[in-house]
Design a protein around this ligand. Sequence first.
Ligand code: IVH
Length: 693
Amino acid sequence: MTPKEQIEALRKELHQHNYNYYVLNQPTISDYEFDMKMHELQDLETFYPQFADPNSPTQRVGSDLNQQFSQVAHKYPMLSLANTYNETDVREFYDRVKNGLEGEEFEIVAEMKYDGLSISLTYIDGKLTQAVTRGDGVKGDDVTANVRTIRSIPLQLREGSGYPHEFEIRGEILMPWTSFEALNAEREAKEEPLFANPRNAASGTLKSQKSELVASRKLDAYLYYLLVPEDSQKEVETTQPDLFGMQMDLFSEPAVPIFNSHYESLILAENWGFKISQGMKKCKTIDEILDFINYWDVERKNLPVATDGIVLKVNSLRQQRHLGYTAKSPRWAIAYKFKAERACTRLNEVTYQVGRTGAITPVANMNPVQLAGTTVKRASLHNADIINELDLHIGDMVYVEKGGEIIPKVVGVDVSQRTEDLEKVEFIKICPECGTPLVRYEGEAAHYCPNDTGCAPQIKGKIEHFISRKAMNIETLGPETVDDYYNRGLIHDIADLYTLNILKITGGNINRRISAENVIKGINKSLGVPFERVVYAIGIRFVGETTAKLLARKFKTMDSLASATQEQLLEVDGVGDVIADSVIQYFANDKNKDIIYRLKDAGVVMQMSEEELAGHTDKLEGQSIVISGVFEHHSRDEYKAMIEKNGGKNVGSISAKTSFILAGDNMGPAKLEKAQKLGIRIMNEEEFLELLK
Ligand code: IVH
C-alpha cells in the first residue's frame, strides 16, 4: 500500500469506528485499539502533509488556534415553529391541517423537540463542508471548525449509502446532561460562573474561539430536517415564487425525488450516518399524537439530552407544499412545549445572601430532589413579598420549578401537608453579614444592607466587579485571591489594589513570589483601561456597561461626571431619575470621593483619550436606528460602532420611535412591512455613510 492508500484506509476505518461508537453506541474495538489507530493516522498525516484533509478523523481533536467566525447567509432561511402549550392547541393544529388538505388522508410525524442550538450542515460529495448557526435565521456564524469536533456528526458519510451529491441538513447541537453536570462541577470548583442549562453551555461552547475546548466538552447532535436542492435530486420541473427574498426552489416538485416524505428523509439520513430523533413516530389520528406526547412527557427524563417538547410535522412533502408558510413559520408543523417540570420537597431552612449591591436574596434550602435532569437542593425565594404571598413555613412541602436561571424557584406550597406546629418564615431585619439594619427603597422589592463600604460581601463584590473582564480586566486576580487579600487585611476597597506590592502579597513567603509578580503585572496593565470602562468598573449602582459608555462620552472626564447635575445626567440616553440619583449619590459620598482620588493618584485613566474623542460626533444624537439585512461595505458590528460613535443608539426592533432603518440586502419582509406602515425612512449603506461624512 502507498502511504496515501494507507492514510485513506485508516481514515475510512476510523470513521466507521466513530460511527459505531457515537451513533450506534456499539463499539467493535477497544478504546485502546482506537487510540492506537488514531495515533498511526496522526503520524502518517504529519509525515505526509500533502494528504491533509479537514475531514480526517484526526481533526476531531480540534486546535488551540483562535478563530474569528465569519458570517454566512443561509441558502434557505432557518425558520422557527409556532409554539403550542396544551391539548386544545394540538387539536386545533390537527384540524387546521385536515381542513387545509380538504379531506385528503395525511400522516403526522411526531419527534422530540431538542433543547439545544440549531445548526445547518452542508455536505458535498459525502463530506462535511460547512456548519452554520441559526443566527438571525437569515445568516449565522460559520462554526465549521468547532462542529468538526462533535463526534456524532459524520465528517465523511457512510460509503455506498446513497447520499446525494450536495445537501443541507439541520438539527440541534446539545450538551448531554452528564457532560453538563461534570462541566458545572468543574466550574464550581474553580469558582467560575455556572451555566444555567445545557443549552447555554452548548451555545457557549460552540461559540468558543478554541476548537480544542469544544472537543473537550463532548457535545452531541440530532438532525431533524433534510434539504436536498433539486439539481442534486436530478431535474427541475417547477419553481415556486421566492420567499423572504431567497430562493426556495427546493420546495418545488423535483422530477425524480429521492424521498417524498419527511419520515423517509430522516431514515435516509440515518442510513448516511446521522443521529436522528429518538422515538420518531408516524401518527394518523389525534389520539395517537396525544398518546405520543403523554408518553414522552414522562419518558424523556431518561434521555441523555434535554428536550422541551414534541415537534409535529405533516409527513408528505407534497402536502407540506400545499399547506405552505405563514410570515414566520410553516403551516405544516408545530411545536408542543412540555410544561415546566415541577418537584415537591421539604423546606428545611431559609438562608440569606448579600450581593455586591447589598441586595438580600432569600434562599430556600430543601431536601434534595430530582428536577429536569439535575438534583436540586436550593431554590430562590426572590424577596420578602414572595415569601409572604406563599405564606411560607419551615417544614412546608414546597413545589419547585426550573426557569431559565441556574437556581430554580419555589412556586407554591402544598398546604394540605402542613402541620400545626410549623413556624412561619419571618424575613430578617438585620444584615446577616455585618448586622446593619436592612432598608427597603421606595418602589423596590428587595431589601438592602446600606453599609456598602463596610459589609464584607459588598466590599469583596465591588472588588470582584472592578477586576472583571468587562471592567478593569485584571485577569491575574480572581474571587479566591480577592477573598484571601481581604481576609489578610491587604485590601478594603478597589483603590487598595493599587497599593499592593510584592512584599505585601507574599508576606515574605518566597514561594508566592511568581504569582505575586503576576498579580502586580495584571494590576499595572489595568492602568491602560479606557475611561468608559473605568466608569463601569467603579460600580455606581444601576450603571451598567452601556450607560457607563454613554456617560463617559457625554462628560469626558471623571471630574465633570462627578459634578454633573440631575438635569445634565437626564440628557443622556437611557438615564432616568433612578440612575441620575444614583450617580449623584455616589459622588456625594465621601468614601467614594476618596476612592476616586486614590485611583487617580495611582494612574487609573480618568478621562477620554484624544483618539477616543476624535471621530466622535453628535450627528446621530438622540436617534434610534435599526440595522437590518446583509451589508457590503462594513459588517453589522462596524455599523453598530459607527452609530454609537456618532451619538446614536442601535436598537433591535422597529417601533414608532425608530428614527430610520439602516438596511442592507435581504431585509426581512415583516420588518419592511412594519417600516412602511409606520412611515419610517429606510436608508441604504451609501446614504448612511454619506450622512456621516
Ligand atoms: S423543525 C421548518 N424539528 O426548535 C422547520 N425543530 O422553533 C424547522 N427544534 O429553531 C424546525 N427539535 O432549533 C424541528 N425535531 C425538531 C426540533 C426542532 C428542536 C428547534 C429548532 C427550531 C425550533 C423551532
